[in-house]
Design a protein around this ligand. Structure first.
Ligand code: TXA
Ligand code: MG
Length: 322
């Protein structure tokens, strides 16, 4: 496994060639780092599950460079989904759509639908374009962490989580810290109207404002047909126990918006000025808690404005899982 610094054209070429050759490439997206494999290569995709220790059957998101390539992967695309794609791609949004025959069970966990995303990170787009110029069609990529753990927002975090499990020919591309910091908004587009399965930086309000579509939040237990690992209750968890209310004990970690003071004896892990910064810093500060060997972290939840709903979704899962 090699780490390549930044998105030099040589780094991008190496990454695309590695993917075509059936290797794994961890690469930056604007949300979190992904662990990519050629989405049509069964062996390469199988290695994603091994390296992550992810249970089989949890579907992967296929990343493509442009909405123009959507027809390779999805069929019977509703008009509202095309509208979403036009307005929010490239960007932190994944659409769940009925799959074409190109999409095999080893990507979808046997489901008849597939998650597709056009990421906005310049390095991700360059890799995807180069990969497609070599004949590739799409890159399956979950977040580049071990299953159930916190997603990585830096190349170092990917390396710390996965280097023991990657092979010599796999690559990690370093694109610096991710700007969004929480995973993409997942929207189920397999029914007459769309529903948000996982909140992210593309919010229900943004969609309503841009497209006049009122979004439903799907109850996680509501649709048993759709299996999304991020929807499991135990997820996004550091080693430390996360709690969202109550008092700190001396030596506990503490994360809150900067206007809230640190309780006496607690260790401040992050002081984001607003919800955007909160999302950017959240996963790194949970990793910091583990590096410091903290047993417990109190996080004061932000308001639900903007990306706040996504932060709170992740925090509630992180807090439930212990
Ligand atoms: O921001 C992101 O979405 C990042 C970057 C790398 O693109 N990816 C990511 O992938 O978060 P992952 O696998 O860690 O989380 C994707 C979630 C999982 O919970 C998965 O089960 C769900 O999306 N998912 C993928 N395909 C699906 C499908 N066809 N139907 C329902 N859920 C799906
Ligand atoms: Mg994940």
């Amino acid at each position: 496994m090699r780490i390549i610094s930044r998105g030099t054209s040589e780094g991008v070429k190496n990454a695309a060639a590695s993917l075509i050759g059936g290797n794994l490439v961890a690469f930056p997206t604007e949300t979190v780092y992904g662990l990519g494999a050629d989405a049509t290569n069964q062996n390469a995709v199988a290695r994603i599950y091994q390296v992550k220790s992810r249970p089989l059957g949890h579907p992967l998101i296929v990343h493509i460079s442009s909405p123009n390539n959507l027809d390779n992967w999805a069929r019977d695309i509703p008009e509202y989904a095309l509208n979403l794609a036009r307005n929010f791609w490239p960007g932190p949004m994944t659409l769940i759509l009925p799959r074409t025959s190109l999409v095999k069970d080893f990507v979808t966990g046997g489901q008849d639908n597939v998650g597709i995303r056009v990421p906005a990170h310049p390095i991700a787009i360059k890799i995807l374009k180069e990969f497609e110029s070599l004949g590739g069609l799409g890159v399956a990529a979950p977040s580049a962490n071990r299953f159930g753990k916190v997603s990585p927002t830096t190349a170092i975090a990917v390396s710390e989580d996965l280097s023991d499990f990657l092979s010599p020919n796999d690559l990690i591309l370093d694109g610096g810290p991710c700007i969004v910091g929480v995973e993409s908004t997942i929207i189920d587009c397999t029914h007459v109207s769309p529903a948000i399965l996982r909140p992210g930086a593309v919010t229900a309000d943004m969609i309503n404002h841009q497209l006049g579509i009122a979004m439903e939040y799907s109850n996680e237990e509501g649709d048993v047909k759709i299996k999304a690992s991020g929807l499991l209750r135990t997820h996004y968890s550091p080693k430390a126990t996360v709690f969202l209310s109550g008092d700190t004990q001396p030596g506990d970690g503490f994360i809150a918006i900067s206007s809230i003071n640190t309780p006496e004896g607690a260790i401040r892990l992050a002081s984001p000025k607003n919800n955007l910064e909160f999302a950017q810093l959240l996963y790194e500060s949970l990793r910091l808690a583990d590096k410091k060997g903290l047993k417990r972290v109190l996080i004061i939840q932000p308001d639900n404005g903007g990306v706040g709903a996504a932060i709170n979704d992740r925090l509630e899962k992180a807090a439930q899982s212990k």
